[in-house]
Design a protein around this ligand. Structure first.
Ligand code: ARG
Length: 475
């Protein structure tokens, strides 16, 4: 006697077998290794909330357009809510034999409400389902990251405001270049992180279209209302091409790109914290909360958190690369390769969120050692440009000539073992007789910084103006 498909399906269900969902035309079970490479529930369980939200919106729409009865819809909604509760209280059975989150939810729904559960998958496929769930997850990740970046910016702003006029050396090539203020330096990161936050916002806006209803790849013959499900799930509109809907992951690539750029900014700041906390620099101190000791060298205070933030970029950028490579050779539409899209995204955003939070903590924690910074700011003839500028402004020298005169002054100071402000006026006049004592007013690091009043410059007044602008913006 030949078995009818529903017999086969019922039997498979009784055996707790994921093949029940698609095994109608199969006569033997998949090999164990097939299951091992195929199973994704271990990681895509993180899409449970999104999967349930998608199913609820889909069921409501199916009832509204008359594809399923309102009684079936009520049973489905009820069962989905029960599953939601089971997931919340940790009793939901995530089972490998049901392969992924979509089939785990459907199998559980069947156990809870019986036959009506089988109507939920009308006019839908796992292909649009996973595209939807993943998009919802990435959209939330972008929102969370943007918010965490804002929190970090707020921590930087508070520190910058407290030290808007603390003089420190500004560097190029990591060589002392010109004096800047610590507030100005921190505000450079506020700008970078501001662009990072806006990248997450932009990525979100572009990804905010619902793929649900694209079904397997070609759309659906049922009279579905994709605008209704799109609106219910907070999307701007439904996606306009069913093939694109199930086969595109550029929304995830874009989010990973934004995450990678943000991580490089975190890494640069982390690197500066590592440098600044060395005894050689001694520009800042981190409290015990963000420092670790050495098991053998009692004197050590290691900035481990900063180092780990610096290292996280490896995973995040690696995730972007990994998904780029997964996607680059795929013909349209869905291929199972795309199941490999989730883990890199989870890894990247877990790492980014941890790094952002740790950095916000470190920034709030760190205290500049103002005397060390100021002393270093005066070293290395850091006001040489100010001397040259004075010669241009006061004596009307061409800049090139002023540069030459200043070079001679630096050389003379070096020979005498002093810095520029310490050079006797007679020495300066031996190089350029028209120099007056007035020149010393511009040779201190404080005067140098205060003079840089151009928009965006390091003068404390300018720095405070930028801090105010950001405070208004972040309100
Ligand atoms: N677990 C799958 C994924 O993550 C769901 C989609 C499966 N679709 C299919 N046609 N096999 O991509």
């Amino acid at each position: 006697m030949t078995k009818t498909p529903s017999d086969a399906s019922a039997q498979a269900h009784a055996a707790g077998d994921g093949q029940a969902m698609w095994g109608g035309r199969f006569s033997t079970k998949p090999a164990e290794l097939m299951q091992a490479i195929n199973v994704s529930i271990g990681f895509d369980k993180r899409l449970a909330a999104q999967d349930l939200a998608g199913s609820k919106a889909h069921a409501a729409m199916l009832a509204k357009v008359g594809v399923i009865s309102s009684a079936d819809e009520a049973a489905i909604q009820n069962g989905l809510s029960q599953i939601e509760a089971e997931i919340a209280n940790g009793t939901f059975p995530f089972r490998d034999e049901y392969e992924d989150i979509h089939m785990n939810v459907e199998a559980r729904l069947r156990e809870l409400i019986g036959a009506a559960s089988g109507r939920l998958h009308t006019a839908r496929s796992r292909n649009d389902q996973v595209a939807l769930d993943f998009r919802l997850w990435v959209r939330e990740a972008c929102d969370r990251s943007a918010a965490q970046v804002r929190t970090l910016q707020a921590a930087l702003l508070a520190k910058a405001e407290a030290h808007a006029d603390a003089i420190m050396p500004g560097f190029t090539h990591l060589q002392p270049a010109q004096p800047v203020t610590f507030g100005h330096h921190l505000m450079a990161y506020v700008e970078m992180f501001g662009r990072d936050a806006s990248r997450f916002v932009d990525a979100r806006a572009r990804m905010n279209e619902s793929p649900l209803g694209a079904a397997a790849l070609a759309g659906s013959p049922f009279p579905i209302d994709r605008h209704m499900t799109a609106a219910a799930l907070g999307f701007e509109r439904p996606t306009a091409n069913s093939l694109d809907s199930v086969s595109s992951r550029d929304f995830a690539l874009e989010a990973l790109s934004a995450a990678s750029i943000c991580a490089t900014h975190l890494s640069r700041l982390a690197e500066e914290i590592v440098i600044w906390t060395t005894p050689q620099f001694g520009f800042i101190k981190l409290s015990d909360a963000f420092t670790t000791g050495s098991s053998i060298m009692p004197q050590k205070r290691n900035p481990d958190a900063a180092e780990l933030v610096r290292a996280k970029v490896g995973r995040i950028l690696g995730s972007l690369t990994s998904l780029m490579v997964v996607m680059k050779g795929l013909p349209l539409a869905y291929s199972k390769d795309m199941q490999e899209d989730k883990e890199p995204v989870f890894v990247a955003f877990d790492s980014l969120e941890l790094a952002l939070n740790a950095m916000a903590g470190m920034v709030a924690d760190l205290e500049p050692v103002r005397e060390r910074m100021a002393a270093a700011a005066g070293a290395g003839f850091s006001t040489a440009t100010d001397l040259a500028d004075w010669l241009v402004r006061t004596l009307d020298l061409p800049f090139r000539e002023a540069h030459h005169v200043t070079g001679a002054a630096v050389k003379r100071a070096e020979t005498l073992g002093t810095d520029l402000p310490g050079l006797p006026l007679s020495e300066l006049q031996a190089i350029e007789p028209r120099i007056t004592a007035e020149v010393f007013q511009v040779l201190t690091p404080e005067a140098s910084a205060a003079s840089r009043m151009s928009y965006g410059g390091t003068a404390p007044a300018q720095v405070r103006a930028q801090i105010q602008r950001w405070k208004d913006q972040l309100k």
